[in-house]
Structures are given as structure tokens and as C-alpha cells.
Design a protein around this ligand. Structure first.
Ligand SMILES: Nc1ncnc2c1ncn2[C@@H]1O[C@H](COP(=O)(O)OP(=O)(O)OP(=O)(O)O)[C@@H](O)[C@H]1O
Length: 314
């Protein structure tokens, strides 16, 4: 049985529907991502899972329990990440762990928890004096202090520098490896691609797609982008006729094709036949970025091939 089941969840604020029939289920032990642009309804969805908001329609079950009707029991199973404003600036790390641990009948041992999250040297440091990365590590520790089966982490790495973000990702993987299910809200594609076993892409209150990161990438219009500078001009129609080609674009002498691995193989044969050499040949895989743009705003977003331009040219 899935540990979280959401079926047809709907929620409106002041008559405006912001979550519109969202359904997904999370298996025990996975990192499940909810990915979407700002205002997509991600936080509202997880707040319904946490029992902090009452759905207008649909059902939510956490380990078979209703998070609103069985709020106290769900609170013991589910560790939620606090918002920064919830902690007093003068509270030390030790005091915060003791205070929040006291809410649970079987809290984790604070010392090993602090060790595990790299906070052992900071037990007497006040919250306001912690770095951004240390604050986020404390939030993870506080979400884990009740020995939950599930943790909900919402935009955990926003505002962190790349090193602190990567350290936090390793911690989230450790949490999953210890058997805790992670529900992760993010709008960072790289984070979802690196961490999540499965991802629900939410857009305008609906689930636009639900799959593994690799499965989502496979749905992008182009899976591979190749660019090169030919030693002499090529007929664009011939390039466009190659298998799986999604788009052919030129920028000065540079030619770029969005397509698949087969496009690349066929291109190499074509170049050999015409005895044309390919200067600065670059081949890049489509990423979750490309899939995300395709899935969330097909009309407004650039085509998948075009979306890779910056990465490819650098
Ligand atoms: N308490 C509230 N009252 C009225 N509107 C709200 C409330 N909370 C959120 N909203 C609105 O509902 C919509 C969805 O918000 P939500 O926070 O769920 O989205 P999100 O996907 O988490 O966005 P973000 O990535 O920006 O945090 C937004 O337009 C937001 O302004």
C-alpha cells in the first residue's frame, strides 16, 4: 500500500482554484518530487498532505489515515520542515532539538542526530548565527527529531550556494537510505533530476506528468542536441530530412540540430558522404529542463532544441 495517496485533491482560495484534481501516490522509501513553476499549487498540495489545510474535494491518506481527521496520529508519522520564522533567533541548536523532540513520545537521540547532520559543533550556537546551510541542516534535524516515517521538505535548498546545496542533497539521500520516505517540493530541475525516484510535474494546479526523471526527459520533444561548424555549407533541407529531427537552426556558421541519438548517427554518415568535417562538434543530452519547459508551458516555451542553446554554446 502506498504511504501517501492523494486522489482528486482540489483546493480554492477566495473562489480561485489553485489545486485542481491532483492525484498521485508515494511508495514507502522513495524520494518523491513535486516540481512546478511558482504558484503552481505545490505548497498547497503538501499542506493538505500535512493536514494543515482541509481539501475542498478529493481525498488524502497518509499511511491510511486522514491528515485532517487523524491529525495527531499523522503528526507523529510525518516530519514537516519548519519555516524560518518558526524558530526564535536566540534559540540554540541544542534547545531547538530538545524543544521539538519534547513533542514526540519517542524522539530521536539528539546527539547522534546532530552528529549525522553535521551540527555537533554547533549545539550551543544560536539559530540567528547559523549559516544558510547550517539552518537548513537544523530544519532537516527538526523534521527527523520525532523519528517519522515520512519527511516533507519544501524548497529546502532555495538561497543556498552550490556547495551547501550539494551537501544538503547528500543528507536527503542519507535520510532516504535510512528508510524514511521523502516528499520534496522544488522548482530546481537539477535537484529533482539528482534526488527524486519519481516526480510529479504540477502546473496551474494540475499534474502535467508523473514519471521518473529519466522518463520525463524521454518525453521532451528532443532527447539529444548536436551542434557543429561545417567545413563548408550544407543543404538545410537535407539536414531537416535526417531521422527524428525536431529542429535545425543556424547561428553564424554554427549549425544546431535537436533530435535523437539516431539523428547524430545519420548526421555523421551524411557529413562523411559529403566529405565535410564538423568543427567543434558538441552533443548534449536533453535534460529535465527541456522536459519541464515542454510539459508546463508548451505554447510559450521555446522548443526543446532551442532551450538547450545556452548550455550547449558554453
Ligand atoms: N492562504 C492563501 N490565500 C490565498 N491565496 C493563496 C494562499 N496560499 C497560496 N495562495 C495562492 O495560491 C496559489 C498557489 O500557491 P502555492 O504556494 O500552493 O504554490 P507553489 O507552487 O508552492 O508556489 P511557489 O513555488 O511560488 O511557492 C498562488 O497563486 C498563491 O498566491
Amino acid at each position: 500500500m502506498p504511504i501517501i495517496e492523494v486522489n482528486g485533491l482540489t483546493k480554492a482560495y477566495g473562489g480561485r482554484t489553485v489545486v485542481d484534481g491532483v492525484s498521485f501516490s508515494v511508495e514507502e522509501g522513495e524520494i518523491f518530487g513535486i516540481l512546478g513553476p511558482n504558484g503552481a499549487g505545490k505548497t498547497t498540495t503538501v499542506e493538505c498532505v500535512e493536514g494543515l489545510r482541509t481539501p475542498d474535494a478529493g481525498t488524502v491518506r497518509v499511511a491510511g489515515l486522514d491528515p485532517v481527521a487523524d491529525h495527531d496520529r499523522v503528526t507523529l508519522l510525518l516530519g514537516a520542515q519548519l519555516q524560518e520564522s518558526a524558530l526564535q533567533a536566540k534559540l540554540t541548536v541544542r534547545e531547538a532539538l530538545e524543544l521539538y523532540g519534547a513533542f514526540y513520545p519517542r524522539p530521536a537521540d539528539r546527539r547522534p542526530l546532530a552528529d549525522r547532520l553535521g551540527l555537533a559543533e554547533r549545539l550551543d550556537t544560536r539559530f540567528a548565527k547559523l549559516s544558510g546551510g547550517q539552518k537548513q541542516r537544523l530544519f532537516i534535524a527538526l523534521a527527523l527529531v520525532g523519528n517519522p516515517r515520512i519527511v516533507v521538505l519544501d524548497e529546502l535548498t532555495t538561497g543556498l550556494d552550490p556547495r551547501a546545496r550539494r551537501d544538503t542533497w547528500r543528507l536527503i539521500e542519507d535520510v532516504r537510505d535510512s528508510g524514511v520516505t521523502v516528499l520534496l517540493v522544488t522548482h530546481f530541475m537539477e535537484e529533482a533530476q539528482r534526488l527524486c525516484d519519481r516526480v510529479a510535474v504540477v502546473d496551474k494546479g494540475r499534474v502535467a506528468a508523473l514519471d521518473t526523471p529519466a522518463g520525463l526527459i524521454g518525453r521532451a520533444a528532443a532527447s539529444t542536441v548536436v551542434s557543429f561548424t561545417p567545413s563548408r555549407p550544407l543543404d538545410e533541407r537535407e539536414l531537416a530530412a535526417l531521422p527524428d529531427v525536431n529542429s535545425v537552426t543556424r547561428k553564424g556558421d554554427r549549425v544546431r540540430l535537436a533530435g535523437s541519438d539516431e539523428t547524430v548517427n545519420a548526421l555523421l554518415s551524411l557529413l562523411a558522404r559529403h566529405r565535410v568535417t564538423a568543427g567543434q562538434l558538441r552533443v548534449v543530452d536533453a535534460t529535465l529542463d527541456d522536459a519541464f519547459l515542454d510539459l508546463t508551458a508548451p505554447a510559450a516555451a521555446p522548443a526543446a532544441g532551442t532551450a538547450t542553446t545556452d548550455r550547449e554554446e558554453t
